[in-house]
Design a protein around this ligand. Sequence first.
Ligand code: SF4
Length: 214
Amino acid sequence: MSQTLARERIALMDAEMAPVFAAMVNTATPVACAKGCGSCCTLTVEVSADELFALVDYLEQSLDPDALAALKARARANDAIGHGMEPLARHRKRLVCPVQDPATKACLGHAARPNPCQGYVSVSLPDCEADHADPPRRVERPTMSGILTDLMGGSRDQALASAGMAKTRFELTAGLLAAWREPGAEARWLAGKEIFPDARSYEPAAEPIPAKSR
Ligand code: SF4
């Protein structure tokens, strides 16, 4: 089921983005993203449970055992450094997403990629390549891609909440490892239970409330 949902949301976002991309071509600012770039795959990706399970399902069905084992090893190595880290600090570590093929830089889970990956669109490859420079260069992105990504995420959250399901987000690498560690977790999530507390997206520590002055 998760893969069907993934195909539908990816197709929907493609359809919504098509006129935006066409308008960008007309204004000489075409999309710079292309297969095998992978520059943005060091960004910290936050995913919902359905996105996570769809990706796991797709990878297990599409990769041979050796490739899947190598991906899991990359995930463990990545998580050993970046687990629980603040997203920007994690990005600065240049931890490449374990789903990226190290040889080709292609996304091995492209057909089931999470919404934030699909919605991250750049108009400048040099900007993306300079994103790790010091200071980093700002990556110009079409406003609509961010708005559509947020709309998709917000709509999903509302649908999950109205179905009585947890809308927790997970950091992608930690989430993948948790899903492989707990094979029965999707059924528990579908039953409305919270899952993977150790893989949740980064939450800044609450600021201490200052004592009232007397
Ligand atoms: S899931 Fe794919 S597109 Fe997203 S960060 Fe990983 S390799 Fe890149």
